[in-house]
Design a protein around this ligand. Structure first.
Ligand SMILES: NC(=O)c1ccc[n+]([C@@H]2O[C@H](COP(=O)([O-])OP(=O)(O)OC[C@H]3O[C@@H](n4cnc5c(N)ncnc54)[C@H](O)[C@@H]3O)[C@@H](O)[C@H]2O)c1
Ligand SMILES: O=C(O)[C@H](O)[C@H](O)COP(=O)(O)O
Length: 387
């Protein structure tokens, strides 16, 4: 069996090695010729799986995407050709939740503000939106949610988008990208919505770039310095609009979901699904794949205030490093080549490819050495002795 896998998918050899021959490929450049003799195709979000890509293949038994999003996959085509498909729902939700939470702590610190006093609005209350809400709730921050798709069937309280915009100090976006339908999300935040943001709003986008009209965002930011923006995803990836970058407080190249746990979970979920399709027993475990954190335990002798919480979070992931590297990579590359517009080796993709995967909060064990209650830290995601 020939397994064709994106080169940026960890643990493929460990999980799929016994099943056949593995060939790793650059997912953004993948051609129909390369796919022609594959039995299994394992991709990430940068590969568009459509009729053109599969045109020379008549033996594909499984297509898997180690991602939450499926906007790059023609699922109808796969169904019509009887090719089983699976993505990895929720695989990197914790990573995105922690990323957005840490970004909010960073903004609070940068602007001498306090996250705890804010009201945060979550747009899209699925896996990633819920993961952010969980972190915020653990820390005691008020959360409001908007999700018209599940509002009637989900027991949580929801409000309209207009209400959320008018009531929230922070807005975090967690919707899939959809171009049609009553609840389409393409340019959900267009110029009118962006202009309607409350004074001093923090706007975070960790879902898909085109949920915000990036050109309109540049225009609005030119007038509204009060709005603070965090972007992990960009319209037109891997070629973000260069003029937008200076208006963004924390800028990263679509790596909010790039925790080692999240990536491992993505590959593992595809392994489980393929074994099911092949009617074989799943013999390998995911936890055995992950190395221990560099320092597994941290002692805490008093309840951390917001600054200390930020320090603790930075111990796991210092988002400022990725922001700094992103600006350097993108701007360096664009000055060398006069434009960023080359498909496979620009700063954006290079940084994603070489990204050193961070760990999730759960990789660090927090030990209370005093009388202080640190239970909420385990609700936030950290491990605790005895838990
Ligand atoms: N930056 C990253 O690295 C990264 C990582 C993971 C996922 N993502 C993106 O984030 C998206 C969300 O991920 P998820 O795991 O939370 O997906 P999910 O499917 O679990 O949740 C998405 C939620 O959005 C809701 N929704 C749909 N249209 C809406 C609208 N118009 N307004 C409000 N809510 C709406 C859905 O009802 C659903 O509850 C993915 O589709 C993917 O595109 C990005
Ligand atoms: O949809 C997802 O899961 C994310 O966008 C994912 O983290 C993107 O990463 P990629 O597949 O491009 O490596």
């Amino acid at each position: 069996m020939k397994i064709l896998a994106d080169e940026n998918m960890p643990y493929v050899q460990q999980l799929f090695g016994d099943l056949g021959t593995i060939e790793t490929v650059n997912g953004r450049e993948l051609t129909a010729e390369q796919v022609s003799d594959a039995d299994v195709l394992l991709v990430r979000s940068v590969t568009t799986v459509n009729a053109a890509l599969l045109s020379l293949n008549s033996k594909l038994k499984f297509v898997g995407s180690a991602t939450i999003g499926t906007d790059h996959i023609d699922t109808e085509l796969l169904a019509s050709r009887g090719i089983p498909f699976s993505n990895a729902p929720g695989c990197n939700a914790t990573a995105v939740g922690e990323f957005a939470f840490i970004a909010m702590l960073e903004l609070a610190n940068r602007f001498g503000d306090n996250l705890k006093t804010k009201t945060v609005g979550i747009v899209g209350a699925g896996n990633t939106g819920t993961a952010v809400a969980k972190c915020l709730a653990a820390y005691g921050v008020s959360v409001l949610m908007h999700d018209p798709v599940i509002a009637d069937s989900d027991p949580r309280d929801f409000i309209s988008l207009d209400q959320l915009i008018s009531r929230c100090d922070v807005i975090s976006l967690h919707v899939p990208i959809t171009k049609t339908g009553e609840h389409k999300t393409w340019y959900l935040f267009d110029e009118t919505r962006l202009k309607s943001l409350k004074q001093g709003t923090w706007l975070l986008n960790c879902c898909r770039g085109e949920v915000i009209d990036n050109r309109a965002l540049i225009k609005v930011k030119q007038q509204r310095h009060d709005i603070k923006v965090v972007l992990d995803v960009w319209e037109g990836e891997p070629n973000p609009m260069l003029e937008l970058i200076p208006f963004v407080e924390l800028a990263t190249p679509h790596i909010a979901g790039y925790s080692l746990e999240g990536k491992a979970r993505g590959t593992y979920m595809l392994y489980q699904k393929l074994m099911q399709v092949l009617e074989l027993n799943t013999e390998k475990s995911m936890t055995s794949l992950l190395p221990a954190l560099w320092s597994e335990q941290m002692s805490i002798d008093s309840v951390p205030n917001e600054k200390a919480l930020l320090q603790l979070s930075r111990f796991i992931y210092d988002l400022r490093d990725d922001d700094e590297q992103f600006r350097a990579m993108i701007l360096n590359h664009s000055s060398k080549n006069s434009r960023v517009n080359c498909a496979n080796n620009n700063g954006f993709d290079l940084m994603r490819k070489n990204h050193k995967h961070r760990r999730e909060f759960s990789a660090l064990r927090v030990v209370s050495t005093g009388q202080s209650d640190v239970n909420w830290l385990s609700n936030l995601g950290f491990s605790r002795i005895g838990l």
